[in-house]
Write a protein that binds this ligand. Sequence first.
Ligand SMILES: O=c1[nH]cnc2c1ncn2[C@@H]1O[C@H](CO)[C@@H](O)[C@H]1O
Ligand SMILES: [Zn+2]
Length: 384
Amino acid sequence: MTSQTPHVPTADQIRRAPKVLLHDHLDGGLRPGTIIEIARATGYDGLPETEPDKLGIWFREAADSGSLERYLETFAHTCAVMQTREALFRVAAECAQDLAEDGVVYAEVRYAPEQHLEGGLTLEEVVEAVNEGFREGERRAREAGHRIRVGALLTAMRHAARALEIAELANRYRDSGVVGFDIAGAEAGYPPTRHLDAFEYLKRENNHFTIHAGEAFGLPSIWQALQWCGADRLGHGVRIIDDIEVGDDGEVRLGRLAAYVRDKRVPLELCPTSNLQTGAAASYAEHPIGLLRTLHFRATVNTDNRLMSGTSMSREFEHLVETFGYTLDDMQWFTVNAMKSAFIPFDERLAMINDVIKPGYAELKSEWLFRQTATTSGSASTAG
Ligand SMILES: O=c1[nH]cnc2c1ncn2[C@@H]1O[C@H](CO)[C@@H](O)[C@H]1O
Ligand SMILES: [Zn+2]
């Protein structure tokens, strides 16, 4: 046995490995059972299924449409059950617990406050309910033996006209649970430059933001997000691949925009399974993450919507390990990339990398030594 083989992680090691998640939607990650219970309690009768397993499958299949617009229609049901303080608190607490259970040590979870006002809550009440839910989830996770920190990103919907208001809200709560801002929703026809006032405001306030760009629409969207809006990170950004040419001889040529993204270390919040569902990539093997990792872009691995994609951070890594043969070193590389790109202060990011992530991977990487001792005992004749 070589010393390389054991570093390809098992499913159990993938789950136990410390992971960092930058792109996860709160309204895309509810437990099916919770949706059904809240729907019953609040009188929402629009659910297509009333049994948890079937409802989970329904979301996955409905989201498997090949189009971002149809994928987004499924959020009507999750948002419908996230209209009260109690519901938001519960969903946020369970989100933190589920991520912690999956080995996520740091997460930035996003949602659009403007989509949770139908029950009469104010924007502030929405943010406070979610923040309290995250704190409760962190506490429950700690009780169960897991450590996780969750920060919120406030999203504005790109087809709406409330981006400045939501940006101001993000700024108001920046020292209490909200770490940044985002815009999401249908990309084609809604360029990020529609919301320049919000981005300029955040820059004046020295605040952080990411923009969904380069998912359903290509390079112009990425270019605008970076060069007009000043995004710190790209939500998806996967279409940057359109600016990369691989010749028959294997020689790689980066266009100006791709070179900028790589050289400026712009973080790409890649979400492989979500991309397969919306048609942004045809298969895991053809997903640009393989090439982007080889070319040393600052690529990160994310879930996008755990419910709609039937996924988790562990499952995303399982697919990548299976497809590209990634090792624990690759997993650590993606995880450190994500932690470097988080919106919390530098000293905290550094401590997470040095005191949590690196020791966690070192521990996993040492396990083979002990396994080998056990399996080779009594078979010394195979040596040498
Ligand atoms: O992959 C995506 N691309 C664009 N928008 C998305 C994606 N996933 C979710 N949302 C949108 O973001 C809102 C706030 O969380 C969701 O309600 C959904 O409409
Ligand atoms: Zn997203």
